[in-house]
Design a protein around this ligand. Structure first.
Ligand code: NAD
Length: 492
């Protein structure tokens, strides 16, 4: 380690050195005592060991969750009563946002200001589903004089929640909020690269009054703990966020049990910039769209398609702005791109940068930034003139790397936009209202932002098409996923 890294590294006070499972209201180690190393991305030194869960630990956690579902009060509480607990959870998360952000930033390498935003979003997710569940109305259908039919919505049971390492705490809240609001009990398997913030849920939930056994946490590797959760016969639901390839494996493993599956998967989202767009706004937004959250963002606009008449100007201005994006230590409030999560992921991103050098024209970045000899730091990297068959155009890099490609007309823009296996998000920049809506209709993406950054409205569907996902969450769609809808028919 260099002096720079030593002096710049910020270690949060009271950092735990062991990260354990939380099962039936108790912190416990793995049944076989196995652990895995948890690294800090600034130095890549092990700062803690995580309990490496296996089938025995998942069995224990599922049994506790099942008991809490069958015998406990949680599924039987009135929505208002569950809502109160969820609001309390949101209050506690909000009141600890600085500490949460500090730990998340340390564990994941995310810039501290952005980690703080994610902690607040986590609170908002709980608050949103707390409100939604009390506003929930179920359908009733009348056949005059003959029949009344109504929908009886019921929690399903033990929900298995499997989450990735990018914005871990926030993404966990996106599943925990609706799963708990609807009266299910849960087993959470967080990503092994970033287990720190997930371990904080236990204390928060206890303080908020969530009954014992409702929330269970098993750490460990995907192929061990995650696999056992997917294959557990008493877990009827799996909500998964992660890579498309992992989604395929989970889909196959869940098939014999006919489980309910919700999958939020990878992306290679296009940002289409037409010549008539407000270029200042488009450049700012597309810079933010791929370099915020270290580029480790499922909805990153990682392919920018630019109309040829403004292409040269766009590329020159974009490259200049990318060079001004500030890479720094994650805890520094001035940092805009921190350290990538893990050396394995760093190697993947850097290998794509090397591939990109043979596929496109490097106009910004391209390697390790000066002054950061250690840790997972990567310069914001921009490739121009990238052809559609390039790997950096087709494959998800999940880092601060963007491919820019010119197009000549609307039809070509759409062909290029749709020319990947993914279909998560799309961004369109134009001042022509008709064109904006027409492109939105034809682009293969679960979510489209017109002249806008990626700003979420929690009531809208969140999810992708093609290899980017299966099903939608968000608003009542989350409630639908986590409940059975029983039809009750009454003859008059
Ligand atoms: P990943 O697929 O490697 O891992 C995700 C989770 O699945 C981890 O907890 C992992 O341990 C677990 N897992 C791995 N193999 C498993 C198996 N065989 N059975 C059960 N569980 C298993 O993904 P990642 O690298 O942690 O996350 C990055 C990916 O997530 C990117 O592709 C990104 O686009 C995607 N993502 C999607 C969204 C979305 O909403 N669409 C949001 C965030 C991230």
């Amino acid at each position: 380690m260099t002096d720079t890294a030593l002096t710049q590294r910020h270690v949060p006070a009271d950092l735990p050195t062991t990260i354990r499972h939380y099962i039936d209201g108790e912190f416990v180690d793995s049944a076989d005592g196995d652990t895995f190393d948890v690294l800090d991305p600034v130095t890549n030194e092990t700062y803690a060991t995580g309990a490496a869960g296996k089938k025995a630990d998942i069995d224990r956690a599922v049994a506790a969750a099942r008991r809490a579902f069958v015998e406990g009060p949680w599924p039987r509480l009135l929505p208002r009563e569950r809502s109160r607990v969820l609001h309390k959870i949101a209050d506690i998360v909000e009141s600890r946002d600085q500490r949460l952000a500090e730990l998340e930033s340390f564990d994941s390498g995310l810039p501290i200001t952005q980690a703080l935003g994610q902690a607040r979003r986590a609170a908002e997710n709980f608050r949103f589903f707390a409100d939604l569940i009390v506003a929930q109305a179920d359908d009733t259908f009348k056949v005059p004089g003959r029949q009344i039919n109504y929908v009886n919505r019921k929690p399903i049971g033990v929900a298995g929640l499997i989450t990735p390492w990018n914005t871990p705490f926030m993404l966990e809240s996106w599943k925990l909020g609706p799963a708990l609001a609807t009266g299910n009990t849960v087993v959470l398997k967080p990503a092994e690269f970033t287990p720190l913030s997930a371990s904080l849920w236990a204390g928060i939930f206890e303080e908020a009054g969530l009954p014992r056994g409702v929330f269970n946490l098993v750490n460990g590797l995907g192929e061990d703990a995650g696999d056992a959760l997917v294959k557990h016969p008493d877990v009827p639901l799996i909500s998964f966020t992660g890579e498309s390839r992992t989604g395929q494996i989970i889909f196959g493993n869940a098939a014999p049990y006919l489980k309910g599956l919700s999958m939020e998967l990878g992306g290679k989202s296009p940002a289409i910039v037409f010549a008539d767009a407000d270029l200042d706004a488009a450049i700012d937004a597309t810079i933010f769209g791929v370099f915020s959250l270290n580029g480790e963002r499922c909805t990153a606009g990682s392919r920018i398609l630019v109309e040829r008449s403004v292409y040269d100007e766009f590329v020159a201005r974009y490259a200049a702005q990318a060079k001004r994006v500030r890479v720094g230590y994650p805890h520094d409030p001035k940092t805009e791109v921190g350290a990538l999560v893990h050396p394995e992921h760093y190697d993947k991103v850097v290998s794509y940068i090397e591939i990109g050098k043979t596929e496109g024209r490097l106009v910004a970045g391209g390697g390790r930034p000066a002054g950061f000899p250690e840790g997972n730091f990567v310069e914001p990297t921009v490739f121009a003139d990238v052809p559609a068959d390039a790997r950096i155009f087709q494959e998800e890099i999940f880092g601060p790397v963007v491919a820019i490609t010119p197009f000549d007309d609307d039809a070509e823009a759409l062909t290029l936009a749709n020319d990947t296996k993914y279909g998560l998000a799309a961004y369109v920049w134009t001042n022509d209202l008709k064109r904006a809506h027409n492109v939105a209709q034809s682009v293969e993406a679960g979510m489209v932002w017109l002249n806008s950054n990626n700003v979420r409205d929690l009531r809208t569907p969140f999810g992708g098409v093609k290899a980017s996902g299966l099903g939608h969450e968000g608003g009542y769609r989350s409630i639908d996923f986590y409940t059975d809808q029983q039809a009750v028919h009454i003859t008059l």
